[in-house]
Design a protein around this ligand. Structure first.
Ligand SMILES: Cc1cc2nc3c(=O)[nH]c(=O)nc-3n(C[C@H](O)[C@H](O)[C@H](O)COP(=O)(O)OP(=O)(O)OC[C@H]3O[C@@H](n4cnc5c(N)ncnc54)[C@H](O)[C@@H]3O)c2cc1C
Length: 406
């Protein structure tokens, strides 16, 4: 980090993007005494494309940060059961982790993201909503700030010792710094989802068959989110008629389609077809990336929110070490990235494999069959899907191949 930039910095850290990666990163840095500017082009409460199932690692972090009680006080239903059906191979029960039941939640992003942003400001971060970052400032080959459009429409600049891009999978910061993309499997599947009323569900319910997957869980306001994963060409074939295409695709899951006949759709069908699976280089002189900006995988594995929280924790720790001089900042950030890459490799391989929507993996099928008569084994397997146990437990006989990440 060059001294010029350091001496003239307005803040220790600027974080761009104030949702699952950015807000907790800002909160944790501010709690450690750093001056943090948090920039967000939207205004809260604000929705975003997401079916928002938060797995155990995410729930545990919310608890650790003192935010789980705040979330449950909003009336977010606890998800205590998981029912899975892989091409007729069914498994249902209470997921467990090493410490007992693995309860998860699926909060609306309007609620969760607002709560995270509030926690960041309560910790002392300065949040500027309605503020769009357009690019970065450079000094002596290092990023030393950002330039953008303030809420009043005027251009602004702000300087910091470090700029963190937590600005999602189409990150402006990644583009501005020219972050390399060493792993890119492109988009593999599409998603279409909608909210329903009067559709009782028992926790998480999901079915997978060749070419399509369906998952649903309850969320705020008595609503249930019903999400389809499908081949991208199938979504294209809907020709923009999303409501009709979604309804027709639901018929591939007759038991759910039957239940939906007595339910009511609440709002439009939302779709996402360009969900690339990638890893970006996530640090460089004066900059770092967190959450989807640095690493993204298909939402079929429902890991993005939990991974963003994990990044927030690991990155804020690395930045704290670097800024207080415990370790050179570049080494500390390199450790953060290495830790992220190792920690997400299995889920990345799993998400890529699942989003190809092929027939059920044989390793997985034999594990499901072997467990089906033993409630403890069922709970443990479901615990893997809830993120309470390592994915490697599910593929004990055939570890996730590193080739799958390429
Ligand atoms: C259809 C779909 C379903 C999903 N379902 C799940 C699920 O069930 N469970 C799960 O864990 N994950 C799910 N995900 C993934 C999850 O939503 C993301 O992984 C998560 O939102 C990542 O958080 P983030 O903070 O990194 O990025 P984002 O949530 O994308 O937030 C980035 C923020 O940066 C802001 N921003 C961007 N550019 C700028 C700029 N230039 N200036 C200022 N602000 C900027 C944006 O406005 C945004 O608020 C799903 C994703 C999709 C698309």
């Amino acid at each position: 980090m060059n001294t010029m930039a350091r001496n003239s910095a307005d803040y220790d850290v600027i974080v761009v993007g104030a949702r699952c990666a950015g807000a907790p990163t800002a909160m944790l840095l501010a709690r450690q005494g750093h001056s943090v500017l948090l920039l967000e082009r939207n205004r809260f409460p604000s929705d975003t494309l997401s079916t928002h199932w938060v797995l155990r690692p995410g729930v545990e972090r919310l608890a650790r940060w003192g935010l789980l009680d705040t979330l449950t006080a909003t009336g977010c239903p606890a998800l205590e059961r998981i029912s899975l059906d892989f091409d007729g191979l069914a498994l249902s029960g209470q997921p467990t982790g090493a410490d007992g039941p693995a309860i998860t939640y699926a909060p609306r992003r309007t609620v969760l993201d607002g709560l995270l942003a509030e926690a960041a400001t309560a910790a002392g971060a300065e949040l500027r909503e309605g503020t769009a970052v357009r690019g970065v400032l450079w000094e002596d080959g290092a990023v030393c700030g950002v330039v953008g459009q303030a809420a009043d429409g005027r251009e602004f600049t702000a300087r910091a010792r470090l700029v963190i891009g937590a600005d999602g999978r189409n990150s402006t910061i990644a583009r501005a710094v020219g972050a390399a993309v060493p792993v890119d499997r492109g988009p593999l599947a599409a998603t279409a989802y909608a909210y329903w009323e009067d559709l009782p569900v028992s926790g998480v319910e999901a079915s997978f068959q060749v070419g399509a997957g369906l998952s649903m869980w309850p969320t705020h306001g008595g609503r249930t989110v019903v999400s389809l994963t499908l081949r991208r060409e199938r979504l294209r074939a809907w020709g923009g008629q999303h409501a009709r295409g979604y309804r027709e695709q639901l018929e591939a899951f007759p038991a759910v389609a039957e239940r939906l006949r007595s339910a009511r759709p609440a709002g439009p069908v939302r779709t996402a077809a360009n969900l690339r699976n990638f890893y970006r280089q996530s640090h460089g002189p004066g900059w770092a990336l967190a959450g989807d900006a640095g690493h993204h995988k298909d939402p079929i594995a429902a890991r993005g929110i939990s991974d963003a929280f994990t990044d927030a924790e690991n990155l804020s720790g690395a930045v704290h070490d670097g800024l207080r001089g415990a370790l050179p900042l570049d080494r500390s950030l390199a450790r953060y990235q290495a830790r992220r890459d190792t920690g997400t490799a299995a889920a990345f391989a799993f998400a890529c494999r699942q989003s190809e929507l092929r027939s059920v993996d044989q390793d997985l099928a034999s594990r499901l069959r072997a467990a089906s008569d033993d409630p403890a084994a069922v709970g443990a397997l479901l615990g893997v899907f809830a993120g309470a146990r390592r994915l490697e437990e599910l593929f004990a006989g055939a570890p996730l191949r590193s080739a799958d990440t390429r």
